[in-house]
Design a protein around this ligand. Structure first.
Ligand code: IPE
Ligand code: IPE
Ligand code: MG
Length: 241
């Protein structure tokens, strides 16, 4: 068991660099995605061991639908296979599994597998593992705003007044992450320093950590090192300490 101070409750990772990892080795991009699944496994185990309560992973953005169809198909198949294959591991280790994103764009068989995995693990509480699939921050804020507007329109005058007086904490409940604490730490691998439309609202006060390591090489040690870096950060939330 690692001895780490101030363990973040919610760690989120933008898993980037699979394609470059494969290219460096003279392999197809797909090989990088396959190897990346091993990093998911390693980081999930490390998160459980370190006492992280929420681990979320940016697996596929809304913009990623614009990649070549065969790469999109491979990624969706990998998602499907991993989910079926990992269910018993989730059950053995007390992991609650969730997929968040624009699920209307996913195929029926993938959606059915997601539903099975989510309902089968819903009672677990050791770690919540969230996969952001077909997700983008702007999409999330828009779907929340749409549902909020619908609620305002459907309310009686008193309800409408209450909704219009609502602050950001109330709006949180309309995002797909309702009930999930905002990420304390967002890690992006592969040296890119951008958010690529990820958790734009929820990441407002997240600590950001950019690692040069490509995702398929980001394993237990890199994860633990990231937690140690986080433990030295001073979060001020705009206040004076
Ligand atoms: C991350 O790796 C996986 C997804 C975005 C689905 P990439 O596929 O983006 O790898 P690079 O950035 O091209 O190396
Ligand atoms: C961000 O990676 C999305 C995921 C990791 C799922 P991309 O590789 O798609 O991002 P850009 O295109 O470099 O910004
Ligand atoms: Mg990339």
């Amino acid at each position: 068991m690692e001895n780490i101070d101030n363990v973040p409750v919610h760690v989120s990772i933008i898993m980037d660099g699979n394609g470059r990892w494969a290219r460096e080795k003279g392999l197809e991009r797909t090989a990088g995605h396959v190897e990346g699944v091993e990093s998911v496994r390693a980081c999930t185990e490390a998160a459980v061991e370190c006492g992280v309560k929420y681990l979320s992973l940016y697996a596929f953005s809304e913009e990623n639908w614009g990649r070549p169809q065969d790469e999109v198909d491979t990624l969706m198949q990998l998602m499907f296979k991993s989910m079926i294959g990992e269910l018993s591991n989730f059950l053995d280790n007390g992991i609650r599994f969730m997929v968040l994103g624009n699920r209307t764009r996913l195929g029926d068989s993938l959606n059915a597998a997601i539903d099975d995995c989510m309902s089968g693990t819903a009672g677990n509480s050791r770690l919540t593992l969230i996969v952001f699939l077909s997700y983008s921050g702007k999409w999330d804020i828009m779907q929340a705003a749409r549902r909020y507007a619908e609620d305002v329109l459907a309310s009686d005058p008193a309800g409408r007044e209450r909704l219009l007086a609502m602050g950001p904490d109330g709006f949180d409940g309309y995002l797909v992450t309702a009930g999930i604490p905002d990420p304390d730490l967002i890690i992006r691998t592969s040296g890119e320093m951008r958010l690529s439309n990820y958790l734009l609202w929820q990441g407002a006060y997240s600590e950001l950590l950019f690692s040069d390591v490509l995702w398929p090489d980001f394993r237990r040690q890199e994860f633990v090192d990231a937690l140690r870096t986080y433990s030295k950060r001073d979060r001020r939330y705009g206040k004076v300490k």
